[in-house]
Design a protein around this ligand. Structure first.
Ligand SMILES: Cc1cc2nc3c(=O)[nH]c(=O)nc-3n(C[C@H](O)[C@H](O)[C@H](O)COP(=O)(O)OP(=O)(O)OC[C@H]3O[C@@H](n4cnc5c(N)ncnc54)[C@H](O)[C@@H]3O)c2cc1C
Length: 136
């Protein structure tokens, strides 16, 4: 399976799918995971503040079974998530600098393609990692 984007959602989805037994490739266009976390390192993050005023909005932890995290500064949340990813992301094939990632319809299925080191790559569950013909 392919997961596009190594933000919090992508890491969690990739870890969850791997936990469920899938072979997962995670594609990120930036050089590292959690690129958004490089900005505003001293901003305060809270996992449930958006739920206000519903009950539990002030609970300090996300309460996720994988890659759980708690309120804190962006830099501290990033450290917690990276540590959790080191354990939960084992087995995920991570590709960074995967540019122009996009799904293509082909032969009735979906092939995920991306540009890596100046050449086109593709993830096709029927023919893994073959190179597709050059695109215009
Ligand atoms: C200033 C600010 C403050 C915020 N504060 C909070 C908060 O306090 N609490 C909260 O819950 N949320 C907060 N958010 C929202 C927060 O950004 C989202 O909850 C969270 O980042 C969403 O994670 P995500 O993984 O869905 O998206 P993102 O973190 O945006 O991750 C998407 C990833 O996909 C990659 N990507 C995109 N296109 C491609 C492609 N074609 N190929 C490969 N990779 C690709 C990107 O590089 C990125 O790494 C805040 C957002 C901002 C901007």
């Amino acid at each position: 399976m392919a997961v596009v984007g190594a933000g919090v959602a992508g890491l969690t989805a990739a870890a969850g799918l791997t936990h469920a037994g899938a072979a997962v490739t995670l594609l990120e266009k930036e050089p590292d995971i959690l690129p958004l976390f490089r900005r505003l390192p001293d901003r305060w993050l809270h996992p449930n503040a958006y739920d206000w005023p519903a009950p539990g909005w002030d609970h300090p932890r996300a309460g996720l079974p994988l890659l759980d995290w708690g309120e804190g500064l962006v830099k501290d949340v990033a450290t917690e998530l990276r540590a959790a990813w080191a354990a939960a992301g084992k087995g995920v094939r991570l590709i960074t600098r995967g540019e122009n990632t996009q799904p293509l319809q082909e032969d009735g299925g979906v092939v995920v393609t991306w540009n890596e080191a100046h050449s086109w790559r593709a993830l096709d569950r029927r023919r893994p990692h073959r190179l597709p013909p050059p695109r215009p």
